[in-house]
Design a protein around this ligand. Structure first.
Ligand code: PLP
Length: 428
């Protein structure tokens, strides 16, 4: 595995001043091994590392770069906004534009509040659901990620329908005790949980197309069961669409499944590469938020004018006619091409795409739940990851992360990727 000298030097330097040398763990290449690439610039479907090597980028900042990196219109909007001042701590008209745009594109969202990260948005949505219902219990699902708030860094307890255990040191067991973790795509467990303690459940939070255990779409039955049970028991259904929002379709996963959650959490694409996230939903729920209601939430940089400018210009670009048809076709071209390359090489592999999001699985068929996902061959993935990196293709540095295409991934770029994969699969 070739690593380049400047990346190595930067990584050594970084590790002296920053834990693990990175500001977010997956960037450290721990799962795949080797030296992380330090990125100097990005444009369209590509980025370049410290040694001047160019890569076709399939993480797109983990989703936000849906129109391609450094899109001229987004850059211009950011420059114009920055020239007018970076932050005011007082409201701006652009925040209204942003809120109206979100409510229009995601009709289940009647009111929305802007924040600065998906973690913050999910944490606030949870607090709001608890405050509005007067209940403490939260249901989440194994393999879904909702940011790193205490209540959500929880894995299943020892028995079915027992309360969860923290997945991180520093999360008090008392906090995790209010979170129940169930199997993804298992409607029967939801039925059991609600029949046992439905009147204590504040909310169910789910990634309707999961993207943090590789790509794993929910079955319609799973989401429909959740919707029915939440309505019947007065629990708040929260779709965490930080990743799937404006990514699998313009209206998010909820538009694909035709299910309206009570609340939606957004992030990634809505910031267009700058820190914007949001939580919103039914007006009667949102009215519980300060300054109107008793649920407190605030942020110095919430609705930051420069970040909102990046988000708004990105939301404009994704509404161009044919944008999602084209993005979906790119995802299909990539995954079908990779699948064919693997079959030709006799490698046990498959791939799937939903809109502009895709999954690569070193398995014979696409997994349908977390435990199936964990049977994918991680070592094969790691070898493939490095072979692709050597060919100039940057995939997510973990077997259990989704990948992303952008409008800048042309057919030629995708075909170059598939050609690289043919070489990578041939290496075994
Ligand atoms: C990325 C992500 C988050 C966390 O967002 P941050 O901006 O990284 O805090 C939450 N939920 C989902 C589904 C995500 O993919």
């Amino acid at each position: 595995m070739s690593t380049s000298s400047l990346n190595d030097q930067l990584f050594t330097r970084a590790q002296a001043s920053t834990p693990g040398g990175v500001n977010s763990p997956v960037r450290a290449f721990r799962s795949v091994g080797g030296t992380p690439r330090f990125i100097t610039r990005a444009e369209g479907a590509y980025f370049w590392d410290a040694d001047g090597r160019r890569y076709i980028d399939y993480i797109g900042s983990w989703g936000p770069a849906i129109v391609g990196h450094a899109h001229p219109q987004v850059v211009k909007a950011v420059q114009d906004a920055a020239a007018r001042g970076l932050s005011f701590g007082a409201p701006t008209e652009a925040e209204i534009d942003m809120a109206e745009e979100i409510c229009r594109l995601v009709p289940s969202v009647e009111q929305v509040r802007l924040v600065s990260s998906g973690t913050e948005a999910a944490m606030s949505a949870l607090r709001l659901a608890r405050g509005a219902t007067g209940r403490d219990m939260v249901i989440k699902f194994e393999g879904c990620y909702h940011g790193h708030a205490d209540s959500l860094l929880v894995k299943a307890g020892s028995g079915l329908l027992t309360f969860g255990n923290p997945t991180s040191a520093g999360v008090p067991a008392d906090f995790a005790a209010h979170t129940m973790v169930l199997d993804y795509n298992n409607p029967q467990q939801l039925e059991d949980a609600f029949s046992k303690m439905g009147d204590r459940i504040a909310c169910v939070i789910v990634e309707p197309v999961a993207g943090n255990m590789n790509l794993l779409p929910a079955t319609p039955e799973f989401l429909q069961t959740m919707r029915r049970l939440c309505s019947a028991h007065g629990s708040v259904l929260i779709f965490d669409e930080v990743m799937s929002g404006f990514r699998v379709a313009l209206g998010g996963a909820q538009s694909l499944y035709g299910i309206a959650p009570d609340m939606t959490v957004l992030g990634k694409v809505i910031g267009g590469g700058l820190p914007v996230a949001a939580f919103g939903g039914r007006r009667d729920l949102m009215q519980h938020l300060a300054p109107l209601g008793a649920v407190y939430q605030a942020g110095t940089l919430s609705g930051n004018p420069v970040a909102v400018a990046a988000g708004l210009s990105t939301l404009k670009l994704i509404q161009q006619p044919g944008f999602y048809e084209s993005l979906g076709a790119t995802g299909r071209r990539l995954t079908e091409g990779l699948g064919q390359a693997a079959r030709d090489a006799g490698v046990s592999f498959c791939a799937a795409a939903v809109g502009g999001m895709f999954g690569l699985y070193f398995a014979d068929k696409v997994p349908t739940n977390y435990s199936e996902m964990m049977t994918c061959d991680k070592n094969r993935f790691n070898a493939f990851f490095h072979a692709m990196l050597d060919e100039g293709v940057y995939l997510a540095p973990s077997a259990f992360e989704a990948g992303f295409v952008s409008a800048a991934h042309s057919d030629a770029v995708v075909d170059e990727t598939i050609a690289a994969a043919r070489k990578a699969f041939a290496k075994g």
